[in-house]
Design a protein around this ligand. Sequence first.
Ligand code: GRF
Length: 211
Amino acid sequence: MGQAGASKPVGILISGRGSNMAALIEATKQPGYPAHITVVISNRADAEGLSLAQAHGIATLVIPSKGKDRAAFDAELDAALKRHGVEIVCLAGFMRLLTPGFVEGWHGRMINIHPSLLPAFKGTRVHERVIESGTRITGCSVHFVVPEMDEGPVILQAEVPVPDGVTPEQLADLVLAEEHKLYPQALKLLAEGKLRVDGNCVLIEYESEHY
Ligand code: GRF
């Protein structure tokens, strides 16, 4: 572990577009941000986010997952993350289930973003299901990763009102704009060591008390 106050090396895992990855890259470039990205890894060679990361001068790696045994893939991934000195892993649209062994190895050091207010609307087709349900408020969540998909202690959430007559695509865009603000905030808190997990709850240590 690095000394207190040192910038934390972060690895980002993607499978596609990488807009959350881009938001994290931008944030880490701000002076004083407590983390930096050492590697972006994709399980798909055609992930659009790879070229974007390269354009920022960040090392990228493709570890193909298709047809590969889960444990073998995760072992390769783990070795690559360690080779790049990663201390925190951010999943950003990474569409591959990870084995419990891998998840345990990164316990408390791996986070994910999901486009709903967890524990509501886990899984896929989130925005379609939100609209069908008639709910008025949706949003996004950053949470610690546990072996079960879209479970794990929630770190931060942002809410987004669901406009009348909105399409799933429009709602996805509205939520995505909040995701891009929320993910860098959550990573900052984790990198600064300000998060304590108590059961399923995350306690955040702020500079001054605020209720
Ligand atoms: C985001 O909506 C994120 O919440 C979900 O997958 C999507 C990834 O988008 N986990 P991007 O690749 O970050 O643009």
